[in-house]
Every structure is written in structure tokens, then in C-alpha cells.
Design a protein around this ligand. Structure first.
Ligand code: NAD
Ligand code: USQ
Length: 396
């Protein structure tokens, strides 16, 4: 299959590009390298020494004898070049990772809020609009990386369904009712998550109006760094974000354990979140690409997550394995202190996903990249300083 990877230089996009290339697909990456520039803006580097994309691609070609193409492009801004590329290349699948994906980064300042909205919404809309303009509605399947965060984290007696909620509509006089299914009510917890809830409406509309074939993968927090392909050569290594803006919770704890920094649990650590290992991310994307929705089918949604955990339980587990103390720090976010979370994730399991579990994979990660590259960590970049709400002005 000819597959375009939007955002193929990023944390999830790079290992996915390699994985799909190794399985015989013709892969072409589009990326504008904004993520590498964000590192420079924040004065931080990936814990792992990632190589320039050109070098990565060269090494991959030498090792695998397979070529991955690349074009530098801003999907949110370069509409005409993107359109021309799609018209020429006519991919059978597009995997869309090309969004600003950090919740703390999206809350840093008004500029960061506006950038995240402009980038994410325009990137997604440009992809949809261009697919229709090129007449690729039936030919090309769009696989989008969404987030479990679109559902919000309110405790419920019920499991979170895969995208759609059965509801009963009641007439204004309450005399009659009918059953239907709607997108699960969106409840974003940051500007970043808000953009993902808006993406869902773009997908709904373009599927309804133009018959686009779309799979939206509601992914949980990704942990781990390497896949079988990125481990083939150090020059193929994946990025490892540990800083307070882009580092995600479990990878941050792994890095903190490696450098001997107390594990930064926000608030009580009662937040329950959904998790998935990076090796399962790439497998899930393959499964989604291999199983496009039928023509005329509504947007397909899978919850791309394998386990749920409470943040303080993760910290305690790593403490038990490493002896690094747990620190309960003020929560810079505006989020529920404690929540339960139960998730339906049968869709991808039914297609063949066999997950890497925390109990099986955690020790390997503790001994892995975080420890090997701990000397590259800048301790000044560990704490999360992006606040969801302004601190009250001191009384004068
Ligand atoms: P990342 O920031 O490492 O990668 C995103 C890539 O997209 C980067 O290489 C960046 O340069 C590129 N990009 C961004 N905007 C672009 C634009 N306008 N044009 C071209 N390229 C652009 O992020 P990631 O961790 O790989 O996440 C990828 C996707 O998966 C995101 O959409 C994110 O919301 C989703 N996701 C990630 C996680 C996670 O834990 N990392 C969890 C759930 C969902
Ligand atoms: N947290 C800590 N300590 C830390 C860092 C985070 O306690 O040092 C807490 C946060 O307060 C939050 C939870 O851990 O309650 C998860 O935070 P996170 O930074 O790991 O994840 P999040 O901001 O939700 O975002 C990440 C990815 C995003 C993706 C999302 C999936 O950056 O792209 O969409 O995970 S989900 O969480 O399911 O929405």
C-alpha cells in the first residue's frame, strides 16, 4: 500500500514509518520539523540523541534496502503543495500524527493556545478538504491519532464506549422517546484536548457529506521509547521527551528514576489514565490501516489503549522497583484530583492486538533508554511550569 505519514519525524510517527516500511508498504513522510524547533524554543533536547531525519532515512535504506520518501511541508499552511502531492502520489492511506500534542505546551500562554488551535484544526481540515478536492474519497483511508482525553475523565458507572454513546432522546413534553447513537459528549481538559474534540466534528461532517473513509484512534498516554525497528541501529533511535511540557507521565517517572529525581506526582496522584506501549501504537496503526471502514460506513473509532492506571500507583510501582522516593507536588493543571476510568478497547483486540503489559514491559524500560542516556538530562527542565490557570495576584 502507498501510505503517507503526516508527522513522521515525531515520537509516534517515526517508529510507525519504519514499522510499515518493514512490512512492505511504500511510505512517504511529510513533516515541517516544528517539534524539533519546539525543543529549541524550550531549551531542551530529547533524552535520546535523535539524528536528523535525512540521516535516519539514509540509515534505514542501507539497513533494510527499503526507501522511505520525505517532503518537508507544513500541513496546516501549505495547502497547495499538499494538494499537488496528494494528486501526484495518490496514497491509499494517510496516517495523521501532524498536530501539536502536548497539553502543558498548549496552556503555556495565549500565543501557545492560539498556535495549537491554528495548527491542529487547520492541519486536520486541510487533509480532509484536499482528499475531496483530489477526488480520493473512496480511494484513500484517513487514520487519525486522536486521544482518550476527548471523553474527559469524569468517573462513571459505565465503561467508556468506542466513540459512540447510545442515548434516549425525549420529546419536549416528555411523552415520547427514541433511541439513537451520538458521538460521546466531548469534555476536553486542555486547549490541546479541545482541538481533538473539534477534529471529531470535522471527521463526522466530511464522512457524512463526502463519504470519506476515516478511522479515529482514541489513543491513551504512550509509554516506552523503542520498537524492534528503532533498535536496529542507534542512529534510528526514537525521541524520548522528559521535560515538563512534552514528557508524558510514565516516561517522565522512568527518566526521574534513572537520574535519581523524586517522582513528580501531581496533586494526590488519584488521576486515572489510559496507557499504551509504543510497540502497541505501531501495531494498532497497522491493524487500522489493514482494516479500512467500508464505503458508506460512519467514522470508525477505536480506543487505542491497553491498560488504565492511577498516577500514584505508577509512582509507587516505580518506587518499589528503584527505591526513588515519590514527591507529591502542587498540580499545575485544572483536572479532577481523583477519578475512576473503565474503557472498552475490544475493537483493536478483535483485529489481533496482543498488548505489551506494564507488568511485563516496565522493568525492561527501567533498564533501557532512560538509564542509558541519563547524563543528557537537564534537571532544570524536569518540573512542569505550565499552569492551567493564572495564579492570583498577590494582595497589595
Ligand atoms: P510529536 O510532537 O512527537 O510528533 C508530531 C509530529 O508532527 C512532529 O514531528 C511535528 O514536527 C509534526 N507536525 C506538527 N504539526 C505539523 C504541521 N502543521 N505540518 C507538518 N508536520 C507537523 O507527537 P507524538 O507524540 O508523535 O504524537 C503524534 C499524534 O499522536 C498526535 O496527534 C497526538 O495527539 C497523538 N497522541 C500522542 C500520545 C502520546 O502519548 N505521545 C498519546 C495519544 C495521542
Ligand atoms: N502527571 C503527573 N506528573 C507528571 C506528569 C503528569 O502526575 O510529572 C499527571 C498529569 O497531571 C495528568 C496525567 O499525569 O493527570 C497524564 O499526564 P500526561 O502529561 O502523561 O498526559 P496528557 O497531558 O494527558 O497527554 C498525553 C499526550 C497527549 C495524549 C494524551 C492521551 O501528550 O498527546 O493525547 O496523553 S490522554 O491522557 O489519554 O488524553
Amino acid at each position: 500500500m502507498r501510505i503517507v505519514i503526516l508527522g513522521g519525524d515525531g515520537f509516534c510517527g517515526w517508529p510507525t514509518s519504519l514499522y510499515l516500511s518493514r512490512r512492505g508498504h511504500e511510505v512517504h513522510i511529510l513533516d515541517n520539523f516544528i517539534r524539533r524547533r519546539q525543543d529549541r524554543e524550550l531549551g531542551v533536547e530529547s533524552l535520546t540523541p535523535i539524528r536528523p531525519l535525512e540521516e535516519r532515512l539514509q540509515v534505514w535504506q542501507t539497513l533494510s534496502k527499503r526507501r522511505i520518501g520525505f517532503t518537508a511541508m507544513d500541513i496546516a499552511k501549505d495547502y497547495e503543495p499538499f494538494l499537488n502531492f496528494l494528486g501526484r502520489w495518490r496514497p491509499q492511506a494517510i496516517v495523521h500524527f501532524a498536530e501539536q500534542r502536548s497539553a502543558p505546551y498548549s496552556m503555556k500562554s495565549p500565543w501557545h493556545k492560539r498556535y495549537t488551535v491554528d495548527n491542529n484544526l487547520n492541519a486536520t481540515h486541510n487533509v480532509l478538504c484536499a482528499l475531496v478536492e483530489c477526488g480520493l474519497e473512496a480511494h484513500c483511508h484517513l487514520v487519525h491519532l486522536g486521544t482518550m482525553g476527548v471523553y474527559g475523565y469524569k468517573t462513571s458507572r459505565f465503561q467508556l464506549p468506542e466513540g459512540y454513546q447510545k442515548v434516549k432522546l425525549v420529546s419536549p413534553d416528555c411523552e415520547e422517546s427514541e433511541e439513537t447513537e451520538i458521538l460521546y459528549p466531548a469534555d476536553p481538559g486542555s486547549i490541546y484536548h479541545l482541538t481533538k474534540t473539534q477534529d471529531q466534528l470535522f471527521f463526522y461532517y466530511y464522512n457524512k457529506n463526502d463519504g470519506l473513509r476515516i478511522t479515529d484512534l482514541h489513543q491513551g498516554v504512550v509509554w516506552g521509547t523503542e520498537t524492534a525497528e528503532t533498535q536496529l541501529d542507534e542512529r534510528l533511535i526514537n525521541r524520548f521527551d522528559y521535560d515538563g511540557d512534552f514528557g508524558t507521565v510514565l516516561n517522565r517517572f522512568l527518566m526521574q528514576a534513572a537520574v535519581g529525581h523524586p517522582l513528580t506526582v501531581h496533586g494526590t496522584g488519584g488521576q486515572t489514565r489510559a496507557f499504551i506501549h509504543i510497540r502497541d501504537t505501531v501495531r494498532c496503526i497497522e491493524l487500522a490501516v489493514d482494516h479500512p471502514p467500508a464505503l458508506g460506513e460512519r467514522v470508525r473509532v477505536f480506543n487505542q489503549t491497553t491498560e488504565t492506571h492511577r498516577v500514584r500507583d505508577l509512582a509507587r510501582l516505580i518506587h518499589t522497583l528503584t527505591d526513588i522516593p515519590v514527591a507529591f507536588v502542587d498540580n499545575p493543571r485544572n483536572e479532577q484530583a481523583e477519578n475512576e476510568l473503565r474503557v472498552v478497547n475490544q475493537g483493536l483486540r478483535n483485529l489481533g492486538l496482543e498488548p505489551v503489559t506494564l507488568s511485563a514491559g516496565l522493568l525492561e524500560e527501567i533498564r533501557g533508554s532512560a538509564r542509558k542516556y541519563r547524563d543528557r538530562c537537564d534537571p532544570a527542565k524536569i518540573l512542569c511550569r505550565s499552569r492551567w490557570r493564572r495564579l492570583p495576584e498577590p494582595e497589595t
